[in-house]
Design a protein around this ligand. Structure first.
Ligand code: CP
Length: 314
């Protein structure tokens, strides 16, 4: 059996192009499995996986749990808000107590960038990053690239623009690494206040004009404004631009904008969507949107990652 070059999935940065291709070919097999009448395989029958979510999630948490169950793993779920973390227990103590229950793999979402890399130096179990602050979200980038490849073919030379709150986005960083490893050209677009200065050093193009960026690309990935990371919310307002209404006028993807394009790109969004802010309902639900395909592919991508990293397969 072919193996990944890494023991954990901490980020896309650590993966080689061959690793990504192996994950995609394994995903193709699992996609076929989950479309059968009997969707379950015994691949991880003797493996126990803990899903540790120190931050909210809908898609990633449910997608990992379903992937684990489709592979016949034993699954335990942990949510920080309902745990003894609220009584002051440290991350290492929490995880070591869970591992004492004979857990083989840990899927973790944590608000602190680097939490997974730190944990990997202190525990024996395999660790999969389900999002660490504004750093990386590797399985999201893998499912995004897999979905784009399904629509566009080989991504080498294809043009992808990531639009919105780049500054606070782990999805943007993981996608930049993943798409570049696959040979795609990447542009980021958004208001100057939401595009970090260092981003050009990663080899991406930068545009502050949405219409120009849309003309350039084969695929457009819309990102949510991450108010929770900006110190604002829908009640207290925003800090990086004057108002959500103004943001929508300048950077919101609408049918009016799409209809002006010579070539209409495929539209992606990692979710959760804020309809009427970064994307209109009409676009999100249109034939150009592959948002729900992304969610469907996410289960097969996560099955592939779990299968390839499971201790029994190393
Ligand atoms: N895309 C994504 O990470 O969504 P959740 O926050 O719902 O998991």
């Amino acid at each position: 059996m072919e193996k990944l070059s890494t023991r954990h999935l901490l980020g896309i940065k650590e993966l080689s192009k061959a690793d990504i291709e192996l994950i995609f070919s394994t995903t193709d097999n699992f996609k076929e499995v989950i479309n059968r009448p009997i969707k379950k395989v015994p691949s991880l029958r003797d493996i126990t996986i803990a899903n540790l979510f120190f931050e909210n999630s809908t898609r990633t948490k449910l997608s990992f749990e379903l992937a684990e169950k489709r592979l016949s793993a034993d699954v335990i779920n942990f949510s920080a808000s309902a745990s003894s973390v609220t009584k002051g227990e440290t991350l290492i103590d929490t995880v070591n107590n869970i591992l004492a229950m004979k857990v083989d793999m840990v899927v973790m979402r944590h608000p602190n960038p680097g939490a997974h890399a730190f944990l990997s130096k202190h525990i024996d179990a395999t660790i999969i990053n389900a999002g660490d602050g504004a750093h990386e979200h590797p399985t999201q980038a893998l499912l995004d690239a897999f979905s784009m490849r399904h629509e566009l073919g080989d991504l080498a030379g294809k043009k992808v623009v990531i639009i919105g709150d780049i500054l606070h986005s782990r999805v943007a960083l993981s996608n930049i690494y993943c798409l570049q490893k696959l040979g795609a050209k990447v542009m980021v677009c958004g208001p100057p206040t939401l595009i970090p200065k260092y981003i050009s050093s990663l080899g991406v193009e930068v545009s502050y004009k949405l219409d120009e960026a849309l003309e350039w690309c084969d695929a457009a990935m819309m990102l949510r404004i991450q108010l929770e990371r900006q110190g604002g919310d829908e009640h207290s307002g925003v800090k990086f631009f004057p108002s959500l209404r103004e943001y929508h006028n300048l950077y919101g993807l609408t049918m009016e904008r799409i209809n002006r394009l010579k070539n209409i790109p495929i539209i992606l969004h990692p979710g959760p969507i804020n309809r009427g802010v970064e994307i209109s309902s009409e676009v999100a639900d249109s034939e150009h949107s592959i948002i729900l395909n992304q969610v469907e592919n996410g289960v097969a991508i996560r099955m592939a990652v779990l299968y390839l990293l499971a201790p029994s397969s190393n």
